[in-house]
Ligand binder design. Structure first.
Ligand SMILES: [Zn+2]
Length: 448
């Protein structure tokens, strides 16, 4: 058993167990973890790479020795763990996707060093249609929390601020929040937007965080009804692609620039915008991001699949895991002075495309029927076949029949599909957890 994973497990001796339990209850560990990882932001490019590579070497050895899936994968491809010395060597390792892991059992993918009592289970949201259980050591969860909080302070966050969460991610109130620090409130998911606004107004949040679709909905309601409220100081979105139009609506409603964060259940916080909003700084002290285009490492600036290796989760190691997103690495360093490398931006869930009648694919980022067309509160587009789109619309106050024609024309222009059926509904069912899926692609699209 290696020292690294020993630090992540519940200790065997009584005093160790007691400290571990106190940590879990008081989450003082989170605060200590936070102070530790915040220091990392001062690392130079070289220091960061050295730190990353030493964690990578330990991860690869540990995974080969204790996780049957990686032992088999490495052996099958004639890779010796010692060959993987740095991030550059990682491309020798085949990419693993969610589907592959889903078919395997607990014992195939979880390290023998851990038992279930050391682990927290989280589940991917299934926005790609596939949910996967992710096992994370409790101590790695604390590190994720600290990593998630780290960029907040660069945006002027204070530990006394109140945060309103419009997301799925929910960290239960802990000891620290009972002291009046890091206070947060979760917006219930099943309320309509009018009731949500009431809660928002009463809570007087300093910080709003959530999915672009949920924050956007609240923002749209605020603009439509010209509502008054105490403006938050910080607005952060994550969990879905932040489309330019949604960004514009949110910024107009709250009068603040939106900072976009990129996170997922598999790895926790991945990347975040600093105050310059240029791109997203990658949490390179916790993970390695590679951009893969046609099986090869993409050049900087070139878009490709986001392939991630998590350096902290030794219980369920994910090495070269395909996140199902598309992004590019930023060609230049951020002028803010932080040396953490950057993603240029995310370009939409890799799997979400219109398939036009001639077989061409169109990224669904273009499928945006509000606010430039107006009249719509919420919508969802389902591609039934290569020749048919079904559109569900929740009308806004300013809806007129002319809007239907505009929407039809717009979608027809994007997709060149003629059979577009619009229906009006009171609300739209959320797929998976809380993410509002704007677009549901045709089933079982072959990958090309
Ligand atoms: Zn920056």
């Amino acid at each position: 058993m290696c020292q690294d994973c020993d630090n992540l497990r519940m200790p065997e001796n009584i005093i160790g167990k007691l400290i571990y339990r106190i940590d879990n209850v008081t989450s003082l560990n989170n605060l200590i973890g936070y102070l530790k990882i915040t220091k990392n932001l001062g690392m130079t490019d070289n220091e960061l790479q050295e730190y990353q590579n030493s964690k990578l070497r330990a991860l690869v050895k540990h995974s080969y020795d204790t996780v049957p899936y990686y032992k088999e994968l490495f052996d099958k491809n004639n890779i010796r763990p010692a060959e993987i010395k740095s991030a550059a060597d990682l491309s020798k390792v085949p990419i693993t996707d969610k589907k592959t892991l889903q078919k395997l059992g607990y014992n195939d993918i979880i390290s023998k060093c851990f038992s279930k009592r050391d682990l927290t289970i989280t589940t991917t949201s299934g926005s790609t249609g596939i949910a996967l259980k992710i096992y994370v050591p409790k101590k790695t969860m604390s590190r994720r929390l600290a990593t998630g909080r780290r960029p907040l302070f660069l945006h002027g966050f204070s530990i006394f601020d109140k945060t309103l969460m419009l997301s799925y991610y929910y960290y239960a109130d802990d000891f620290i929040s009972s002291l009046g620090l890091f206070r947060q409130k979760q917006m219930p998911r099943d309320l309509n937007v009018v009731e949500q606004f009431k809660i928002f107004k009463e809570y007087k949040a300093d910080v709003i965080r959530g999915y672009p679709s949920r924050v956007g909905l609240l923002a749209r309601h605020i603009l439509h009804s010209k509502l008054e409220f105490k403006k938050p100081r910080i607005v952060i979105t994550s969990g879905e692609i932040l489309e330019n139009e949604t960004r514009a609506v949110i910024e107009k409603a709250f009068g603040k620039k939106v900072a976009n964060f990129y996170a997922c259940e598999e790895f926790g916080p991945i990347a975040w915008q600093c105050k310059l909003h240029n791109g997203l700084h990658i949490n390179s002290d916790s993970l390695i991001i590679q951009i893969v285009n046609n099986g090869k490492e993409a050049k900087k600036g070139q878009a490709g699949k986001v392939v991630c290796t998590g350096l902290d989760n030794l219980a369920m190691p994910l090495i070269r895991y395909d996140l199902g997103d598309i992004a590019a690495l930023a060609p230049r360093k951020c002028p803010c002075g932080l040396e953490f490398p950057m993603l240029k931006g995310l370009e939409g869930r890799a799997s979400e495309y219109f398939i036009a009648p001639d077989g061409n694919k169109f990224p669904t980022n273009f499928v945006f029927i509000e606010p430039q067309l107006g009249g719509v509160m919420e919508y969802q587009i389902i591609q039934r076949s290569q020749n048919r789109l079904d559109v569900s619309i929740v009308k806004a106050k300013d809806w007129t029949p002319a809007h239907a024609q505009k929407i039809w024309d717009f979608l027809h222009k994007c997709s060149s599909i003629n059979d577009i059926r619009i229906k009006y509904v009171k609300s739209i069912g959320k797929t998976g957890r809380v993410k509002l899926k704007r677009f549901i692609p045709m089933k079982q699209q072959p990958e090309s």
